[in-house]
Design a protein around this ligand. Structure first.
Ligand SMILES: Cc1cc2nc3c(=O)[nH]c(=O)nc-3n(C[C@H](O)[C@H](O)[C@H](O)COP(=O)(O)OP(=O)(O)OC[C@H]3O[C@@H](n4cnc5c(N)ncnc54)[C@H](O)[C@@H]3O)c2cc1C
Length: 375
C-alpha cells in the first residue's frame, strides 16, 4: 500500500514514519519540510501545565500522549542516531503577583482533581531551586511530569529516516475520480497516485483544492532563542513558566545550554515577527527571570499554530481515499506520537481508539466533512 502524506511538519513526519514501520510505502510532499509551526515550537511536553478550564476531552489526550513519549523518543533517537534534546526534568510554574498567585492556586486545584501530580511551594522555596528567579515570584508549582524536547531536532531526525521519501513540492489539489481521492496534483503539474492521501498541512490545510472546509484558524506565535553568556550558565535548570498579570510566558532550557523564550498568542494577521509580541515576551520574562535580558538573542521566529474552535485536533476520514490530521494548536509536539498513531490507524482502515477518535472527529462541529457534503 502506498500513502502520500501532505506536509512534513511533526505530524506528517511522525505519521509517515509510523506507516513506514507498518510496511507501507510513503511519499511525503512539502516544499519546505520541517519549516512550519514545528520549527517555532518550544517543545514543552506539558500535560499538566497546559491544562486550562473547560477543555476536558483534551486532558486525556495530553496525558495519553505524555505516556507514549519516553518510548517514542527512545525509538526515534535510536533509529536515527540523533540527539533529540529530550529533558525529563520538572517544570516550575511561577506567579508574579497576588492575583497571579490566586489564579495559580485555582488551576492547581483543577490539575490535582485530574490526578496530576504537583506541589505548590512558596517563592523562597522556588528561589532555592532556581536562584535566578526574580524577587517578584511569590509562589510556584512544581510539576514533575512536564518535560521538554527539541522539535527542530525531532523533525531533523524524522527527515533523516524518511529522506528518500520526501518530495520538495507544494500540493495544489487532491486528485479525485469523482467519488474518492486517488492521489495529489502538485503545483508543477505532476500527479502522484496513492492508495491513501494523508493531509497534515497544518494551518495551510484549507489552501489545498478539493479539501472540505474545516474550522481551522491561524494563531500566530513569536518565539525567541537565546544563548547564555558563560558567566551566567546555567541560568535555569528546568522549564520555567510564569504568569505575569495573567499573561503566560515560558523559558525552556535546552541541554546544550541555550534558552527558548515564548510565546505570544495573536490572531492579528501579522505573519512575520511582531515587534509588540517580542517586546511583551522580554518585558514579562524580566519579572520572572530578570537575567535573561543579559543573554544574546540568536533567533526570532514567528509561525502559525493550526487552531480549532475547541483546541482539539481534527483527525478524521474525508473519503475512502483520504484522511486529514491537523488542528493541533499549541500541543502538536506533545500530541505527535498519539496523533500519528490515530492517523495511521485511520489510514490503514483499522478501528483505533474509538473514544479518542470521536473526540477529534472533525465532524463534531455540526458539519459532515466527508466529501461532497460541504466545501
Ligand atoms: C511559537 C510556538 C510555540 C509552540 N510551542 C509548543 C510546545 O511547547 N509544545 C507543543 O506541544 N506544541 C507547541 N506548539 C504547537 C506545535 O508547534 C504545532 O501544534 C505543531 O507543530 C503542528 O504540527 P503540524 O505538522 O500539524 O504543522 P506544521 O509544523 O506547520 O507542518 C505543516 C507542514 O505542511 C506543509 N504544507 C502546507 N501546505 C502544503 C501544501 N499545499 N503542500 C505540501 N506541503 C504543505 C508546510 O510547509 C509545513 O511544513 C507551538 C507552536 C508555536 C507556533
Amino acid at each position: 500500500m502506498h500513502a502520500v502524506v501532505i506536509g512534513a511538519g511533526i505530524i506528517g513526519l511522525a505519521t509517515a514514519w509510523r506507516l513506514k514501520k507498518d510496511g507501507w510505502s510513503v511519499t511525503i510532499v512539502d516544499p519546505t519540510p520541517g519549516n512550519g509551526a514545528s520549527y517555532a515550537a518550544a517543545g514543552m511536553l506539558a500535560p499538566a501545565s497546559e491544562v486550562v478550564w473547560g477543555q476536558s476531552p483534551l486532558y486525556s489526550l495530553m496525558i495519553a500522549a505524555a505516556q507514549l513519549y519516553p518510548t517514542f523518543a527512545e525509538e526515534l533517537a535510536t533509529a536515527s542516531g540523533h540527539h533529540l534534546g529530550y529533558a525529563q526534568t520538572e517544570t516550575l510554574v511561577c506567579a508574579s503577583d497576588a492575583a497571579d498567585r490566586q489564579s495559580l492556586r485555582e488551576l492547581c486545584a483543577l490539575q490535582t482533581s485530574l490526578g496530576l501530580s504537583l506541589e505548590l511551594i512558596a517563592g523562597t522555596q522556588a528561589r532555592a531551586l532556581e536562584p535566578a528567579l526574580g524577587p517578584g515570584v511569590t509562589a510556584a508549582v512544581r510539576i514533575e511530569g512536564d518535560h521538554s524536547i527539541d522539535p527542530r531536532r525531532m523533525t531533523d531526525a524524522l527527515q533523516a529516516l524518511l529522506t528518500e521519501s520526501i518530495v520538495r513540492r507544494r500540493v495544489a489539489a487532491l486528485a479525485s475520480d469523482g467519488s474518492r481521492t486517488r492521489g495529489v496534483a502538485l503545483a508543477n503539474g505532476q500527479n502522484i497516485v496513492a492508495d491513501q492521501v494523508v493531509v497534515c498541512a497544518g494551518a495551510d490545510t484549507g489552501t489545498i483544492e478539493g479539501m472540505p472546509r474545516l474550522p481551522l484558524r491561524s494563531v500566530w506565535g513569536d518565539v525567541v532563542r537565546l544563548s547564555v553568556p558563560r558567566r551566567l550558565q546555567p541560568i535555569v535548570t528546568r522549564t520555567i513558566r510564569g504568569l505575569v498579570r495573567g499573561r503566560p510566558v515560558y523559558l525552556v532550557p535546552r541541554p546544550d545550554g541555550t534558552l527558548v523564550l515564548g510565546a505570544s498568542v495573536r490572531e492579528d494577521g501579522v505573519d512575520g515577527i511582531s515587534a509588540g509580541g517580542v517586546h511583551q515576551l522580554l518585558r514579562d520574562i524580566e519579572r520572572v527571570v530578570p537575567s535573561v535580558l543579559e543573554c544574546e538573542i540568536t533567533d526570532v521566529t514567528a509561525r502559525a499554530r493550526p487552531g480549532s474552535p475547541d483546541d482539539l485536533p481534527l483527525i478524521g476520514r474525508i473519503d475512502e481515499g483520504c484522511v486529514v490530521s491537523t488542528g493541533y494548536f499549541r500541543h502538536g509536539i506533545l500530541l505527535a506520537p498519539l496523533g500519528a498513531q490515530l492517523t495511521a490507524d485511520l489510514t490503514r482502515g483499522e478501528s483505533g481508539d474509538a473514544d479518542m477518535l470521536t473526540a477529534v472527529d472533525p465532524s463534531r462541529f455540526a458539519q459532515d466533512i466527508r466529501k461532497g457534503d460541504s466545501r
